[in-house]
Write a protein that binds this ligand. Sequence first.
Ligand SMILES: [Zn+2]
Length: 64
Amino acid sequence: MGLPELEVRCWTCWGNGVIPVEDHGQMMECPECSGVGWIPTEDGKRLLAFLQRHLAVDADEEEQ
Ligand SMILES: [Zn+2]
């Protein structure tokens, strides 16, 4: 048993998180993945939502 595929390498920057700006020789944050370099799949999004939900609950409990 294994986890489903949770993320795929960003097809715009190929996992670098940045893409070259034409004519300037500089790099800019990849707009496709927001500089992360990886795109969550549907399964990945569900896991992220799960984590955020439960991490948020834990954080609230710690503050009290
Ligand atoms: Zn990207």
